[in-house]
Design a protein around this ligand. Structure first.
Ligand SMILES: NC(=O)c1ccc[n+]([C@H]2O[C@H](COP(=O)([O-])OP(=O)(O)OC[C@H]3O[C@@H](n4cnc5c(N)ncnc54)[C@H](O)[C@@H]3O)[C@@H](O)[C@H]2O)c1
Length: 416
């Protein structure tokens, strides 16, 4: 007897009402990792240096109490939200996107389908369904393919910033990020880590009481080494402002792009993305229960109110609109350090990708490729220091150093 297909809206309402114990009975995988098993950066280092347990400063501690580095599979993390490195169709694909869809179940695909896609740099939120994470925040990173410029840098910043704005708007407290765009989208690992860490650090500084933990979930040994080195410089101590001369840190929040600029970029991006998606990328969004390529690293590489955008599901998305909060930050930044700020010029248009782009992505996502099941994937955690072979040599890196917006309240229920 085939299983009756669940209605995603009913399932979402039901799931978001469950308490943790009840939810745990429904996780597709029972080898989930609860937050208490993921040490904060400070604990990680105290553990290594046998320091005294420090008093937490301020609301829930300082910077290094609010971040963690975890090495392994993001789909097992029991946090409020995991971030998905999606494509603009939001209809699934491969890599971490494929793993998340596989682990969440078919309702995730159905809810994503109701969101009518997502523009590069934007973020949208859905229920986590069968995942240990209550929510999934889908963001679309830039397709860089090693050519990284201001547009790609800003788009990647926007992914992190806009995802965190959704966390705040939904009163969530714990979130895990993969290394957005560093897989098939080809953003070089090292500059991507600079953007991820500096954007998250700035956001936490601006919203210290809105977050308990941001987990950088790396998958490859390459990224683990990069993040470990950079975090030891950037999150050295809660109280001491680290001299970040060592880091190519650009800690200005993302500046919205001009619509015109964005349009031309989208044009190029369309070509790139569809080229990408067509180059044998195993996008499997069209087939809901498709088996995914193993993501086992041993086997494979692998804020203040923007314009409200509503899709058919009544959901709202996080756009790259010039956000009063961001604007204010940039002005404050400019005032405080007198640095010249690239304010990104005109107001970016939030909104859906151009129809042609959606068509390309849908076509790409509709292609189905048989992939292995990821369920056997190992999920060693950074705190266990498990070694994972890194099958991927980081691509030749350009020497371009990567130098948006408050999320409208979503119509979803707030987290209980
Ligand atoms: N990698 C693939 O084979 C593949 C193929 C088609 C589409 N995609 C996906 O890739 C596009 C986005 O590119 P991207 O570079 O942003 O994403 P990505 O290719 O998934 O890579 C992003 C990062 O996530 C890492 N990763 C992979 N699986 C997991 C996991 N289970 N837990 C934690 N981290 C993991 C991966 O190693 C990389 O560091 C989208 O089209 C999406 O559908 C990936």
């Amino acid at each position: 007897m085939s299983k009756k297909k669940k209605d995603w809206k009913t399932e979402k309402e039901r799931m978001l009402r469950l308490d943790q114990d009840e939810r745990r009975k429904e996780y597709r995988r029972q080898d989930f990792v609860p937050l208490e098993k993921i040490p904060s950066w400070r604990q990680e280092n105290r553990f290594n240096e046998e320091e005294e347990e420090p008093e937490l400063t301020g609301e829930g501690g300082g910077l290094s109490d609010k971040v963690s580095l975890y090495k392994g599979d993001i789909t097992v993390l029991e946090v409020d939200a995991i971030v998905n490195a999606a494509n603009s169709s939001l209809l699934g694909g491969g890599g971490v996107d494929g793993c998340i869809h596989k682990a969440a179940g078919s309702c995730l695909y159905d809810e994503c389908h109701s969101l009518s896609g997502c523009e590069t740099g934007n973020a949208k939120i859905t229920c986590g369904y069968d995942l240990p994470a209550r929510y999934v925040i889908h963001t679309v990173g830039p397709v860089a393919r090693n050519q990284v410029g201001t547009t790609e840098n800003n788009d990647l910043k926007s992914c992190y910033w806009n995802s965190l704005q959704l966390v705040k708007e939904h009163s969530l407290k714990t979130v895990a990020f993969p290394c957005i765009s560093t897989g098939i989208y080809g953003f070089p690992n090292d500059p991507a880590a600079d953007i991820a860490l500096s954007t998250v650090k700035r956001w936490i500084k601006d919203n210290p009481d809105k977050i308990t933990r941001v987990i950088f979930c790396v998958f490859l040994e390459t990224d683990f080494v990069i993040y470990k080195r950079k975090m030891s410089l950037l999150f050295q101590d809660n109280d001491v402002d680290v001299a970040e001369t060592e880091l190519k840190e650009d800690d200005t929040p993302p500046s919205p792009k001009s619509a015109a600029k964005e349009e031309s970029d989208d044009g190029n991006r369309d070509k790139e993305e569809s080229g990408d998606e067509d180059e044998g990328a195993n996008d499997a969004g069209g087939n809901r229960d498709v088996e995914m390529a193993s993501q086992n690293p041993d086997e494979n590489s692998g804020s203040e109110e923007p314009t409200e955008e509503k899709d058919e599901g009544g959901n709202e998305s996080q756009g790259k609109d010039k956000d009063k909060g961001l604007e204010k930050n940039e002005k404050d930044e400019a005032k405080s350090d007198g640095g010249d700020k690239d304010d990104g010029g005109d107001k970016a248009e939030a909104g859906q990708p151009a129809p042609s782009k959606m068509a390309d992505d849908n076509a790409a996502a509709a292609s189905t490729v048989e992939m292995e099941d990821v369920s056997e994937m190992s999920d060693a955690g950074a705190s266990q220091g498990d070694e994972m072979r890194d099958p991927v040599e980081s691509p030749e890196r350009p020497d371009v150093v990567p130098t948006a917006s408050s999320q409208p309240k979503d119509t979803e229920e707030k987290k209980e």
